[in-house]
Design a protein. Structure first.
Ligand SMILES: Nc1ncnc2c1ncn2[C@@H]1O[C@H](COP(=O)(O)OP(=O)(O)OP(=O)(O)O)[C@@H](O)[C@H]1O
Ligand SMILES: [Mg+2]
Length: 662
């Protein structure tokens, strides 16, 4: 570790030296350091050096902005020195070793180099490794381990006040938590922190609250400002929350406080492991299979959405028979950001929905295997599975859709900015007839790792092994690169160029050009951070787009599905049956066609995932419905001898579509 630290230090020295004379040279030099091989060393260092790394990134930004290189360099060198000191681990003074610690020592030990100095310990109190004591004729112990406030601030979204608390564990390590102020300042609720090792019990809780209150009162003005962020992704336009780690010019200010335990757990999987070089070895295998490799670019894409606002939401789905490498492709996508546990199964609706589209902010939402929701069980279960899937696609792609009534609790009010990555046996896009999601969906058909069993097997093994050991590097590189001044603008320019190049063809193709341009931009950005380009990816993207275009004719599919369902459930009246079936009649067959009951037809279309009025409009436009004299599709019909029912008249042409004859 000291070795890498030394190299880091000399990197800063070199860059600031160069900056004295030549900004461009300094920038190039810095880039070569950040993108060069040694970042992987830094990545492997302990968390204390993340800060130093961020300092370097801040240095790069200062340089590009052209403002005082050497001043910034000096500042960052100081931070770096501090980080180095912290890495060695400052300790609290033991009571019998001499003086009790000052607040500033505590903060320094906590690696808060920007801590206010002096940090006042309130009169009458003493803080040491042994805890907090009220001094007097006889000392009264408040708690048996140090607990302090290291920062305060508010959540930009809700305005709630937060305190950042830190306490020492019996073993010597520190726990830092940002908690709602009202939780920290009540005896009843602060006790809950004891679950995380805080030195609070039901007996001393009130005394601890008094101590924290005094500490806050004495230090409020100089306290670290804390910016509480509820989720991953870009914040303030400059900083990316990579799980709990902030990447940007002022990383210490930001702290992640997920909205739920499910989200916290998911964000914890965003981490780095192994090395960049190790991950690239796996990539060498993936690169030969563009249909799998595209997973990497699709995984990066949502992070670009924060800096290229024109980029739309998307659903990328791998669809095909079993053992083709679909799940391997998902693992590969996950390894861009962290562990393979970032991939969830479609049937874990609880977590899936909660972590859902809103939490995967500027990150991919990866859900494996729709089969889990669609197979087994009864028809009702399948129906609800299908509507969960389409609802999720609507939400993730930002398509205007019918989300209300989603069974999964996906009715989040939070802004959604993600890409949905999914695998299935049959394409999910066919579950929904609404053409709205087609321009946002790429469907990869077939085996991602190819039809040759031997190479497919080998690739699956190599990629699978690689991503379990080496992960999180590409994502880190991409956001660090984007956080540098000028690069976001570069990404926007790339996107515009690709969009222009892709904007030919039919209306649907034109709209799909946004996705094609998005993937092309992702390929460019990845290359800029050192990922060898996979050449076949763009062809795959265009092929996948064609699938959406080809299967856009779903109003026919809707009619077929409706008719099939009506027959299967015995809800087509043949004119003789008297008893109304459960759910009511859907149709009555006539010699040349059928009379359709509007109410049940709409209801079933909706259940099948179609927009009823849009679908009927299309049937009408296709000439499948007989119209009234005044040109209405809807008229009064007779079904099972009941007159005056509102419905439609399906003609012979429509009937042959319904029966799949056309
Ligand atoms: N293209 C391929 N050719 C041959 N074998 C393959 C191929 N792809 C994957 N495999 C083998 O199948 C195993 C399972 O791969 P994976 O889990 O990715 O399949 P899948 O497509 O997700 O299948 P399922 O539909 O069952 O989930 C791999 O470990 C590998 O041994
Ligand atoms: Mg699978």
């Amino acid at each position: 570790m000291p070795d890498a630290l030394d190299r880091l230090r000399s990197a800063v020295r070199d860059v600031s030296e160069a900056a004295r004379t030549d900004n461009d040279k300094a920038r190039d030099l810095w880039r070569s350091y950040v993108l060069g091989a040694w970042t992987s060393d830094v990545g492997e260092l302990s968390a204390s050096l993340t800060q130093a790394q961020a300092a370097l990134s801040g240095l790069g930004m200062a340089g590009q902005a052209g403002d005082g290189w050497s001043t910034r360099a000096k500042e960052h060198a100081a931070m770096l020195k501090q980080a180095a000191k912290d890495a060695r681990g400052l300790r609290l003074v033991d009571a019998d070793e001499g003086e009790p610690a000052t607040g500033h020592d505590v903060l320094t030990a906590l690696r808060c180099p920007d801590a206010p100095c002096p940090y006042r310990i309130p009169d009458g109190y003493q803080l040491s490794r042994r805890g907090v004591v009220v001094v007097g004729e006889t000392d009264t112990v408040v708690c048996r381990a140090p607990i302090v406030i290291t920062g305060s601030g508010e959540d930009a979204e809700s305005g709630r006040r937060y305190l950042r608390l830190a306490w020492m564990l019996p073993g010597g390590g520190w726990v830092v938590r940002t908690v709602e102020r009202d939780r920290a300042m009540q005896a009843r609720t602060i006790v809950e922190l004891s679950a995380d090792g805080a030195p609070v019990t039901s007996v001393n809780a009130s005394a601890v609250v008094l101590w924290l209150d005094a500490l806050e009162a004495d230090n409020a003005a100089t306290m670290d400002p804390v910016r509480v962020v509820r989720r991953s992704g870009w914040v303030d336009g400059t900083t990316y929350m990579l799980g709990e780690e902030a990447i940007g010019p002022d990383p210490d200010r930001y702290t992640l406080e997920p909205a739920s335990d499910g989200e916290r757990q998911w964000y914890r999987e965003i981490q780095r492991g192994g090395t960049w070089a190790g991950w690239l070895e796996g990539w060498e295998y993936a690169k030969r299979h563009p249909k799998a490799a595209i997973a990497v670019y699709a995984s990066v894409a949502p992070a670009l959405r924060g800096v290229v606002p024109a980029m739309p939401g998307a659903c990328i789905e791998w669809s095909g028979i079993t053992s083709g490498g679909k799940s391997v492709s998902m693992d590969l996508a996950a390894s861009v950001w962290g562990t393979v546990d970032l991939v969830r199964r479609w049937d874990t609706t609880g977590v899936g929905a909660e972590v859902g589209a809103a939490a995967a902010y500027h990150l991919p939402l990866m859900l494996d295997d729709t089969k889990a929701l669609l197979s087994g069980g009864n028809q009702r279960r399948k129906d609800s599975g299908a509507s969960t899937i389409t609802a999720t696609i609507y939400l993730a792609t930002g398509s205007k859709g019918r989300l209300r009534g989603s069974p999964t609790g996906l009715r989040e009010q939070r802004e959604v900015s993600t890409w949905l990555l999914s695998t299935s046996e049959t394409p999910s896009v066919d579950l929904a007839s609404d053409v709205g999601i087609r321009p946002r969906t790429l469907t990869m058909i077939g085996r991602p790792l190819g039809d040759d069993a031997a190479t497919g097997e080998l690739a699956a093994t190599m990629i699978g092994a690689s991503v379990r050991e080496h992960f999180g590097h590409l994502g880190m590189r991409v956001v660090a690169w984007l956080a540098m001044d000028g690069n976001a603008a570069q990404a926007r320019a790339w996107y515009r160029t690709h969009l222009e190049a892709a904007s030919h063809g039919s209306a649907v193709q034109r709209r799909l050009s946004q996705l094609i341009a998005a993937i092309a931009t992702s390929v460019d950005v990845c290359e800029a951070v050192g990922l060898p380009r996979c050449d076949g990816v763009m062809n795959e993207a265009v092929d996948a787009a064609r699938y959406s275009v080809r299967s856009a004719d779903t109003h026919a599919a809707a009619l077929m599905a409706l008719w099939g369902l009506a027959q299967a459930q015995g809800r087509v009246c043949d004119g003789t049956t008297e008893r109304t079936p459960p759910g009511g009649w859907i149709a009555e067959e006539t010699t040349s066609g059928a009379r359709l009951v509007a109410a049940t037809v709409h209801e079933e279309l909706k259940r099948l995932g179609h927009d009823p009025s849009e679908t009927v409009d299309r049937w009408r436009a296709a000439g499948w419905l007989d119209l009234t004299k005044s040109g209405n599709a809807r008229s009064s019909i007779t079904v099972a001898r009941a007159r005056g029912v509102s419905g439609y008249r399906l003609n012979a042409a429509g009937m042959s579509v319904a029966k799949g004859e056309k």
